[in-house]
Design a protein around this ligand. Structure first.
Ligand code: CUK
Ligand code: CUA
Length: 621
């Protein structure tokens, strides 16, 4: 890079720092630190993200798809998108939201949008067990589970009596018994229009979900609101940030207090209280509701500056870091001290705090390398700051030590960051992904809506090095990087898979053998069409029904060869679905229009794929 380019880049950076963005947080606090930048990246750094054609990535990246409502699977370090998993959204490729199998998961009248933020995998003893991915839907107050073996959504739960599930984490130890889910927004109770102006009737709740059954286990009423959450490595605690201890309805009110808090939930005490019957229920819901407000022995409210956002447990199991957002600090809480507090040995809730390092402007989320270092995103400074936990603790005790190791510019305004295996005991400190909210000038323009920029950073050495820019569509908040050995996926379906078991049971009642039969069963105005598919043929090339029939098409793909997926698309009916090898898929719709409508396989499966088609013939009523 020549001098001129260098100056142009630096002035662009200053421009970013001094315009609108700084005003977002309205804090105007000065960190007193002099950040230094690593603008240039050498070709050899960039080559670290290179995965040669035919080679496989070392990590699965499990990405949230934000407002798209989906989950995405990326390969890391290549950052290649491998798969999209529809979760709360409609998906035209796979027919998710159209097929009977997916409708059973989504439930009746399910909205077909979602806002996924936090994808997290299930655990055993603080390690990834490779079974499930869980994810929240902030937009419609739901949580979902995805099976890792087939990479399909498996269950969805609507959380009752609250609004906007935001922070969400699985219990880490001894196994993922509970999924912890924060409802962000306070709402009036009951919420039937009578209490809308009475702030005192508003509250929100922390939710415990049975992670295997995907059913509600408990709800805990809290003071303030709930932003992000994490779980410790002993299985005893969950902890959530609150940015609105003021109970404000509008922005100015939520920023009034210099300190808000992190609230710690004592899970064994919550379980004991439920056992002892110390709960109530709300409305029609049967879910046990416990009181966790100030003064309750189920919770500990730790005051932290100011409107904290992310909350991240360190992989050594010793600490949790609350990220200050409107304060240039992070607050380090010791789990050992939390034990002491619940044992009645400490007086002041602040006694559980063991460090409060000053890091820079707009700390949002923190990740770890397993070598004692933390990596915090600085939204306003557009940087990742690497700092040392032990040194920050020494500094808090009054020692003169510099806990900051490095500041790296990212492009631009990072939200979450995540390290390889960093949310497990096996944190390996190889890669860091910074999920930048703004990409500005980093990619070719695609209109006023810009992609996000997921940047890959090599953290294996002493110095962080930016190696790759990864454009991504609206809006990954968070991701997990999991070693490929921990996730085992099926190459083809097994015929006994529960994903389509109900469809198989219906066929059985109709006396159908799905692996051989091509038949139409009529029951009044209900018509069930069963057929097979083997490349390049559907089992039937014509289907005759009557106008006004409710038609169910069930197709079983008999192909046994990996990757030979078929599809079924019915022209002018808004019907399409995936049928992968050994899968059974079904869809139900009304045959309202008389005439001939072609159906075809929309997945290129064979040299004669274009010929894989048939006529759907509707006789006029
Ligand atoms: S949140 Cu989006 S940047 Cu929903 Cu985890 Cu922090
Ligand atoms: Cu079957 Cu294309």
């Amino acid at each position: 890079m020549n001098d001129k380019e260098d100056k142009a880049k630096i002035s662009r950076r200053q421009f970013l720092a001094t315009t609108g963005i700084a005003g977002v947080a309205g804090a105007g606090v000065a960190s007193g630190l002099t950040p230094y930048s690593v603008w240039a990246k050498s070709k050899s750094d960039a080559m670290k993200a290179n995965v040669e054609p035919g080679e496989l990535d070392e990590y699965y990246g499990i990405w949230s798809g934000g407002q798209s409502g989906e989950i995405r699977i990326l390969g890391v370090p290549s950052m290649r998108e491998l798969m999209r998993i529809p979760v709360f959204n409609y998906d035209g490729a796979t027919g998710y939201g159209l097929t009977n199998e997916s409708k059973r998961i989504l439930g009746p009248d399910a909205p077909l949008n979602g806002d996924t933020h936090h994808p997290h995998l299930s655990y055993k003893d603080g390690r990834i067990d490779g079974k499930y991915i869980y994810v929240n839907d902030k937009a419609n107050t739901r949580v979902a589970r995805i099976r890792c073996d087939i990479m399909k959504t498996d269950k969805i739960l609507s959380v009752p009596n609250v609004q906007a599930i935001h922070g969400m984490r699985p219990q880490k130890a001894p196994y993922t018994k509970y999924l912890y889910a924060n409802a962000e927004f306070r709402m009036p109770h009951p919420n039937d229009g009578r209490n809308m102006d009475d702030n005192k009737q508003y509250f929100t709740m922390f939710n415990g979900i049975d992670a295997e059954k995907m059913e509600m286990a408990f709800q805990v009423i809290v003071d303030g609101n709930l932003d992000n959450t994490d779980a410790d490595y002993s299985g005893k605690y969950a902890v959530s940030t609150c940015y609105n201890s003021e109970d404000g309805f509008v922005l100015a009110d939520t920023m009034r207090n210099e300190r808000d808090w992190a609230v710690i939930f004592n899970i064994p005490r919550i379980e004991a209280a439920i056992k002892a019957g110390k709960f109530k229920t709300l409305g029609d819901s049967k879910v046990p509701v416990l009181n966790g407000r100030h003064g309750s022995d189920l919770t500990l409210y730790v005051p932290v500056p100011k409107s904290p956002h992310g909350i991240n447990v360190s992989p050594d199991g010793k600490y949790v870091v609350a990220n200050g957002k409107l304060s240039p600090t992070c607050t380090v809480i010791s789990w050992a001290k939390v034990d002491e507090w619940f044992a009645g040995k400490l007086k002041d809730p602040r006694d559980v705090v063991v460090a409060e390092p000053e890091l820079g402007l707009g700390p949002l989320h923190t990740a770890y390398d397993g070598r004692g270092n933390a990596y915090t995103t600085l939204f306003i400074d557009s940087q990742i700051v690497k700092w040392n936990l032990a040194d920050a603790i020494r500094a808090y005790k009054g020692e003169k030590v510099n806990y900051i190791r490095q500041k790296l510019d990212v492009q631009y305004q990072p939200g979450h960051d995540h390290t390889s295996m960093g949310e497990t005991k096996d944190a390996d400190g190889k890669w860091l992904v910074a999920l930048c909210k703004f990409s500005k000038d980093r990619f070719l323009g695609c209109g006023p809506l810009h992609p996000e920029n997921d940047q890959l950073i090599d953290i294996s050495g002493d110095e962080m090095k930016l190696v790759h820019d990864g454009p991504n569509f609206a809006e990954p908040h968070d991701c997990e990087l999991i070693h490929r050995n921990l996730i085992k996926t099926k190459k083809i379906w097994t015929r006994d898979d529960p994903y389509f078991a109900e469809t198989v049971a219906i066929a059985k009642k109709d006396g159908i053998n799905l692996e051989t039969d091509n038949k139409i069963i009529r029951n009044g105005k209900k018509v069930r069409v069963y057929m097979t598919s083997v490349a390049p043929n559907f089992g039937m090339t014509e289907i005759r029904v009557k106008q006004g029939d409710e038609v169910t098409i069930t197709i079983t793909n008999l192909d046994q060869i990996e990757d030979v997926t078929h599809g079924f698309t019915l022209i002018n009916h808004g019907i399409a679905m995936e049928i992968s090898p050994q899968e059974t898929s079904s869809v139900t719709f009304m045959a309202n229009k008389p005439g001939v409508f072609w159906y075809y396989c929309q997945w290129f499966c064979h040299a004669l794929h274009m010929e894989m088609r048939g006529r759907f013939m509707v006789e006029p009523a």
